[in-house]
Design a protein around this ligand. Structure first.
Ligand code: 13P
Ligand code: SF4
Length: 303
C-alpha cells in the first residue's frame, strides 16, 4: 500500500512524540487497523484499555460515543477523535429525557444501557453493557426485570437467552437492521457448507439464521479459532477485510453494509488530529462522574 506509507510513517512517529495511544475499533479500514492501531478490539476491550492506558493522549479511531467513554474513564487524558461528526444511529436515537420518561413508566426497574449512547444517557443509567457482555450484565443485577436501551434488537436477542423480563426501546443500528433472514437463507441455498456469524445488533430473525452470534471481537476470534472454509460475517464491511488479512485460508463472502460514521475516520484526519491536537473530546465533569459509575459497574463485573 505505497499510497498509505507516508501517512503511516508520520502517524507512528507523532504517536511517540505526543505519547499517544491509538485505539482502533474492529470496523476501522485495514490500513488503520493493521498499520497505525496500538490497541484494536470491540467496544468493551477499547473501554477497558482506555482506562488502563498510560499515554497522555488517546486517539480514538471509532465513533464519538467511544471517544466519550474513553474521556469518562480517563478524565486526565487528552482524548482526540479525528472527525467529531462520526456519530451512531443508536447514540443519536435517545436522550437523557427519554431515559427519565422510561424510569417514570417502570419505577424501580434498573436501566441497562448499551455503551452506544451519549454520556448524558449513561448518566441516567444503573449499569452499561456491550454486545459481548449484555446477558451477563442483565443477570448480574439479580432482578426479575430490567429496562434495556436503546437497541431493540440487542435487547430482544438478550431476552431470548435469559429469564429476566426486558423492557425495550425503539433504537436500532442503521447498518445491522438492513440485513434480512432471506439474504442469509440465500447464502445457505447457494452453498450449504457456508458458516454464518452475526452481530447481535441484527434483528432476531437474522440472528436465528446464524451459526454463531457475538460482539465484533467474538466474531473475529470465532473465525480465527474455527477457521471455517467459507464464512459470511453479518456485520460492517471492514470486519471481513481485517480478518481476511490474518486468515488467508478462509474464504469470506462479503455482504457489505457500511457504517458511514466509522468510515469518517481516515489516515489523513488521524494525522491531522496528532499534528493539531484536535478534535478534543470533553465531557462535563459532573455528568462524567455519573456516567462513569455506570461504565465502571460494568467493567468491574467478573465477566
Ligand atoms: P462491538 O462492541 O461488538 O464492537 O460493537 C460496537 C458497534 O458499534 C457495532 O456496530
Ligand atoms: Fe452505530 Fe451501527 Fe455504526 Fe456501530 S455500526 S457505530 S451501532 S451506526
Amino acid at each position: 500500500w505505497p499510497v498509505y506509507a507516508p501517512y503511516v510513517k508520520a502517524i507512528n512517529e507523532l504517536k511517540k512524540e505526543r505519547n499517544a495511544v491509538l485505539l482502533a475499533h474492529n470496523y476501522m479500514t485495514p490500513e488503520i487497523f493493521h498499520c497505525v492501531g496500538d490497541i484494536m478490539g470491540d467496544s468493551l476491550h477499547l473501554a477497558k484499555e482506555a482506562a488502563r492506558a498510560e499515554a497522555d493522549v488517546i486517539v480514538q479511531c471509532g465513533v464519538h460515543f467511544m471517544a466519550e467513554t474513553s474521556k469518562i474513564l480517563s478524565p486526565e487524558k487528552t482524548v482526540l477523535i479525528p472527525d467529531s461528526r462520526a456519530g451512531c444511529s443508536l447514540a443519536e436515537g435517545i436522550t437523557g429525557a427519554d431515559v427519565r420518561a422510561l424510569k417514570a413508566k417502570y419505577p424501580g426497574v434498573p436501566v441497562v444501557t448499551y455503551v452506544n449512547t451519549t454520556a448524558e444517557v449513561k448518566a441516567e443509567s444503573d449499569i452499561c453493557c456491550t454486545s459481548s457482555n449484555a446477558v451477563q450484565v442483565v443477570e448480574s443485577l439479580g432482578v426479575p426485570e430490567v429496562i434495556m436501551i436503546p437497541d431493540q434488537y440487542l435487547a430482544m436477542n438478550v431476552a431470548a437467552q435469559t429469564n429476566v423480563k426486558i423492557h425495550t426501546y425503539a433504537g436500532s443500528c442503521e447498518v445491522h437492521e438492513r440485513f434480512t433472514p432471506e439474504e442469509l437463507r440465500a447464502y445457505r441455498e447457494d452453498d450449504p457448507s457456508i458458516v454464518i456469524i452475526a452481530h447481535p445488533e441484527c434483528p432476531p430473525d437474522v440472528v436465528k439464521e446464524a451459526d454463531f452470534s457475538g460482539s465484533t471481537s467474538a466474531m473475529i476470534n470465532w473465525v480465527k479459532v474455527n477457521k471455517p472454509k467459507k464464512v459470511v460475517m453479518v456485520t460492517e464491511c471492514s470486519m471481513s477485510d481485517n480478518v481476511a488479512a490474518e486468515t488467508p485460508e478462509v474464504e469470506f463472502v462479503r455482504p457489505c453494509n457500511l457504517c458511514p460514521h466509522m468510515k469518517r475516520i481516515t489516515l489523513p484526519n488521524i494525522l491531522d488530529a496528532l499534528v493539531y491536537m484536535h478534535e478534543e473530546v470533553t465531557v462535563d465533569p459532573a455528568l462524567a462522574a455519573r456516567a462513569r459509575a455506570a461504565v465502571e459497574r460494568m467493567i468491574n463485573l467478573p465477566v
